[in-house]
Design a binder for this molecule. Sequence first.
Ligand code: GLU
Ligand code: ZN
Length: 305
Amino acid sequence: MKNSTATGTTATADRQQGAAASYRGRFAPSPTGLLHQGSLVAALASWLEARVHGGTWIIRMEDLDTPRCVPGAAEAILATLAGLGLVSDEPVIYQSARRDAYAAALHALEASGYSYRCNCSRSDAPGVYAGHCRDLGLQTSPAARRLRLPAGNICFDDGIQGRCCFDSASIGDPVIYRRDNLAAYQLAVVVDDAAQGITHVVRGADLLDSTAWQVCIAGALLLPVPRYTHVPLITEADGAKLAKSRHSLAINDDLSAALYGALMLLQQSPPISLKAAAVSDILTWATGNWSPESLAGTRAVSLRS
Ligand code: GLU
Ligand code: ZN
């Protein structure tokens, strides 16, 4: 099959897994720094969803972009999560050990004609990639690889954000393999979610548009599409994106306050007495009272100034 485009929405909706499948969720931090309040919100929401569904919750370390990984960060993130009572139900998988699986996925996409080589540099093609190399049939190496998206809307039903559609022209064909021969996050996350049997992905709304890409990559690889739920992105009080350097992010030694704060950001209404309670008591309350409905349609929540 030459010049294929990734499957459109009908096929992917058919393959979308229902809640009936046994629930497997995950939290997938990148060890590029310490766990912060924004990532804790995603971790806690994914953990709570797994617990209330009687499911399995897995931590996956997304340490593929080795130049950006900070030595010791993976261990520090896992230690903080453990202190918060958020412990992976299965051994933690490291993406750095899964390069062969990503290469195999790339070969499959090349063989089926979904992937093409792209030599554009970012300065050649700023902003949305307009498909310059799509039909050039480039064979040069090294080259990045992109996935051919189908024309038109790519849609999925999000557990919090509702129906989300992205016009493929507004997001452009994604890079699935980088010029430096590393699998791109977009490909690795799809391969791993499928390999780990993940049925439900709960993560921050900053990844909402990436989801349209991931739905298409899964479709092209004939992999099941998990159910996606995007919790609000946590921003600074002034609405600015959280920067790792800003102090507002750090989770300090007061783990109870951090968990309590994450519940507040998730628009739950924990009693004030819980703020100084043991971490295990906070999690018990949160599991018993979890109501993600209060987040419906919310894309961002800011920290209080
Ligand atoms: N590793 C990504 C991040 O830390 C999250 C990927 C995902 O949850 O799909 O932003
Ligand atoms: Zn190109």
